[in-house]
Design a protein around this ligand. Structure first.
Ligand SMILES: Nc1ncnc2c1ncn2[C@@H]1O[C@H](COP(=O)(O)OP(=O)(O)O)[C@@H](O)[C@H]1O
Ligand SMILES: [Mg+2]
Length: 507
């Protein structure tokens, strides 16, 4: 008898349908599986065989052929285990009367028959739902991420035997109850702007950066609060909407880094170490292509602490995603495009000793040393960083002062208001923030008066700015004007935006 069972395979962030067809008939006993890469076949065959036996069911001694169709898509073995086992049981007439045709089965089997979690359950279910499937059986361990999807019957199962009992109507599994998404902090990040003393320029810069989705570089001596300020970024970012949370969760699900909670409920804050390779930063892998740090940071912040310590090639690889908001990775496993729209925040010392430019410390580096150090960060990358600010040492008095600094939640209110203005502005387009504007949008929304244009022209000539730096200054000025609730960019906004091109000033 032949049985057909529905399953889905991951292709980037999408699920593609895979039919598991099993033929069990009389003949020389054998067990063949086709349509999977060799190693995956071997592993999956053995897991399924053991799981069936150890669940107290019969592994048929017949001529068995399992086919995973279509053959031309790249598949990983583990997610198909459950579908293969069910199709084998169906084809060997151990599931008589059970309706299995309209169910999608997802899950890896352990040798003892337990169902193990698989990566990407959320995107797989979303794709399957779009194709009209409404019933799913998934591992219990993946239930958390599937809970938020309405409009489907999702049954979480602990073992193969539980699935069989459910299908035969012996013991039904309760479908998941749909949960309501509520954005909230995990509590892991205890940073708050109220703990940051002084540093008014940097505080203002991170507010502007978050308000308009701009990239930010903080330059200053060690121990002045750069890392501390960066950690405050997520605390002033707007709440995630459900759609954003789903998109981010899909990426984290494919990468297998979801927390127990299932859905990503706060904006990511990724801090890859400076030894990170280009693959871990941008994505890659052999058989399957994993999303990299920049995709895991999608919708949130990618923080590169001590920027010049990172490998030059890794930093160069960030240039294209910084422009496009996506990353395309080609590997033997195929070519995948993952979202990568993140806010880049970087920090660095101004020179190897860290004191260059400081108001009260002396720098001991030679001009050559400083140049070499700065050169580690390429001009084209810096060009893409809209705000570059200096974070200087602060006095003991300022540090020990009892004066209260503004807390994150009230900064966040201003950010939310600026974002609301941007949402109205970009109602008709896919953009969300000023930083994403293209030439066309800039023409409509950033017209400059003669006075503003003159200020910009003189800065452009004085600081030898690039054309890209010029547009970035205009976008930042737009955000500053939004924070000011001004419809048009004013001279003071341009002045302030120009002041955040520290690196251009330093030359
Ligand atoms: N502006 C500041 N206000 C309050 N504490 C600060 C400030 N700057 C530094 N500190 C203290 O010094 C520590 C180190 O700061 P950090 O942010 O790591 O410096 P950086 O990244 O600039 O080297 C912080 O954890 C904090 O205790
Ligand atoms: Mg630091």
């Amino acid at each position: 008898m032949i049985a057909q069972i529905a399953c889905f395979a991951l292709n980037g962030l999408e699920g593609v349908p895979v039919q598991v067809e099993t033929d069990v008939n009389k003949g020389m006993p054998s067990y063949e599986m086709v349509g999977l890469p060799d190693t995956a076949v071997k592993e999956s065959k053995e897991r399924v065989r053991s799981a069936i036996k150890n669940s107290g069911m019969l592994f048929p001694i017949s001529k068995i052929t399992v086919n995973l169709a279509p053959a031309d898509i790249r598949k990983e073995g583990a997610v198909f285990d459950l579908a293969v086992a069910i199709s084998l049981l169906k084809a060997s007439e151990q599931l008589v009367g059970a309706a299995v045709e309209d169910i999608v089965f997802l899950g890896e089997l352990a040798l003892n028959g337990d169902l193990r979690a698989v990566n990407g359950v959320l995107p797989l279910i979303i794709s399957a739902k779009a194709r009209g499937y409404k019933k799913f059986i998934i591992p219990c361990a993946n239930a958390a991420e599937a809970r938020y999807l309405g409009g489907a019957e999702i049954y979480p199962a602990a073992t193969l035997l539980d699935v069989v009992k459910h299908l035969l109507g012996i013991e039904r599994i309760e479908p998941l109850e749909t949960a309501q998404f509520v954005p909230h902090s995990s509590g892991k990040n205890t940073a708050d702007l109220k703990y940051v003393k002084g540093q008014p320029v940097a505080r203002r810069a991170i507010e502007i950066a978050v308000a308009g989705g701009h990239n930010l570089l903080m330059v200053g001596p060690p121990g002045t609060g750069k890392t501390m300020l960066a950690r405050c970024l997520p605390t002033i970012m707007p709440d995630l909407t459900f759609e954003e949370a789903l998109e981010i969760t899909k990426i984290h699900s494919v990468a297998g880094v979801l927390s127990e909670e299932g859905i990503v409920s706060e904006r990511p804050f990724r801090t890859p170490h400076h030894t990170a390779t280009t693959v871990s930063m941008c994505g890659g892998g052999n058989r399957i292509v994993h999303p990299g740090e920049i995709s895991l940071a999608h919708g949130g912040v990618l923080f590169l602490d001590e920027l010049p310590e990172y490998k030059r090639s890794t930093l160069e690889a960030l240039r294209q995603p910084l422009e496009d908001g996506t990353i395309t990775v080609s590997r033997a496993g195929g070519t995948f495009t993952y979202p990568a729209r993140f806010m880049l925040c970087a920090s660095m010392n101004p020179c190897p000793c860290g004191n260059y430019g400081s108001a009260n410390l002396t720098c001991s580096c030679s001009a050559g040393e400083i140049r070499r150090y700065r050169k580690k960060v390429s001009g084209p990358l810096l060009d893409r960083i809209d705000l570059q600010v200096e974070v200087d040492n602060i006095s003991y008095d300022a540090l020990s002062s009892q004066a209260t600094e503004e807390e994150s939640s009230s900064v966040r209110e201003r950010v939310n208001e600026a974002r609301r203005i941007q949402r109205c502005r970009f109602e008709e387009s896919a953009h969300k923030t000023n930083a994403e504007m293209g030439e066309r949008e800039m023409r409509s929304f950033c017209s400059l008066s003669k006075e503003c244009d003159d200020i910009l022209r003189s800065a452009f000539e004085r600081m030898h700015l690039s054309a890209r730096a010029r547009s970035r200054i205009i976008k930042v000025a737009r955000t500053i004007a939004d924070l000011d609730a001004c419809e048009y960019i004013q001279p003071k906004h341009i002045f302030e935006a120009v002041s955040y091109r520290l690196y251009d000033k330093m030359g």
